[in-house]
Design a protein around this ligand. Structure first.
Ligand code: DAL
Ligand code: ZN
Length: 300
């Protein structure tokens, strides 16, 4: 009986051992397989990682190349921009010079010459274009007084401005041709004698009136004799304001050419008139070369 029991117990132990061994083998196999899978996965991941790294490196290289290229382009763009700007400035400078020269070539140089016994104006000289002065600004309404067309806005501007300050200036003499001046001077010589006539009247060819830019101004009260004009508010207004419209007094007291003529105003351009006003100088005291610098701005 005991032997049978021992046999059975021995048998069961062996079976259990076999089962346990089997189970261990299966588990080991399973774990081994799992480990194998993990290793494979890891290797795949590693490969992917390497390939990603390679791609990233390639991208980084490309990016650096592109960045260098972009920097190169932007430097070259900067260079080109600088060149274009320099060229534009040069072109601007040239076109400024050309427009100054064009302006100068279209401005009659006679307009800023010194006359009055200094410089002779040809007997055939006639201003480029003359326009009648509106009768509201003229002394004798039935007469036609002419002025150089291009300075008309300045003349009218001055007369209107005076009138808005209750100063009613009237033009009593404007453009005079060579022949007009000749007749006038002859009459004065007959009336006053040559000596006196020469002290207040220019010979033909020497009068600023032949330019169409000089005007004798008066008021209704003072009239054409100009007596006492220098004591009027009109004269005071002219002294303070005429330069703003480009007008100057040609013959101030003690000038070298004629008697003091407070009524005789010549247009020389705002730039020159302002310079003379600010420097307290007279037109005939400047040398011709200084005066000529203002020719380009004559009509401005
Ligand atoms: N009264 C000035 C000088 C002229 O005759 O032009
Ligand atoms: Zn005059």
């Amino acid at each position: 009986m005991k032997e049978i029991k021992d046999f059975i117990s021995d048998r069961v132990s062996k079976d259990i051992a076999i089962i346990v061994a089997f189970l261990l083998a299966v588990t080991a196999g399973f774990l081994g397989f799992k480990y194998y899978l993990l290793l494979r996965e890891n290797s795949v991941l590693k490969m992917s990682n390497d390939s990603l790294n390679n791609s990233l490196q390639a991208l980084t290289i490309n990016y650096s190349k592109l960045r260098d290229e972009k920097n190169g382009l932007s430097t070259s763009l900067q260079d080109q921009t600088q060149k274009v700007t320099a060229l534009a400035n040069e072109v601007g400078g040239i076109s400024g010079t050309v427009s100054t020269l064009t302006k100068l070539s279209q401005t009659d140089p006679e307009l800023l010459e010194k006359y009055s016994k200094v410089y002779f104006l040809n007997e055939n000289y006639v201003p480029k274009s003359l326009t009648p002065i509106a009768p509201e600004f003229t002394f004798e309404k039935s007469r036609t007084y002419m002025a150089l067309t291009d300075i008309m806005p300045h003349l009218q501007g001055m007369l209107l401005s005076a009138s808005s300050s209750n100063i009613n200036l009237l033009v009593v003499s404007a453009y005079r041709s060579f022949n007009d001046q000749s007749s006038l001077k002859s009459t004065y010589k007959v009336t006053y004698g040559a000596g006196t006539a020469n002290s207040f009247s220019a010979d033909q060819g020497y009068s600023e009136h032949q330019l169409g830019t000089a005007f004798d101004l008066t008021t209704k009260k003072v009239g054409g004799s100009f007596t006492g004009f220098e004591k009027t508010d009109a004269y005071t207004w002219l002294v303070a304001n005429a330069y703003k419209y480009g007008f100057i007094l040609s013959y101030p007291p003690h000038n070298s050419y004629y008697v003091y003529e407070p009524w005789h105003w010549r247009y020389v351009g705002i730039a020159l008139a302002t310079y003379l006003h600010d420097q307290n100088k007279n037109f005939y005291d400047l040398d011709q070369r200084t005066i000529d610098q203002y020719l380009v701005n004559f009509f401005d």
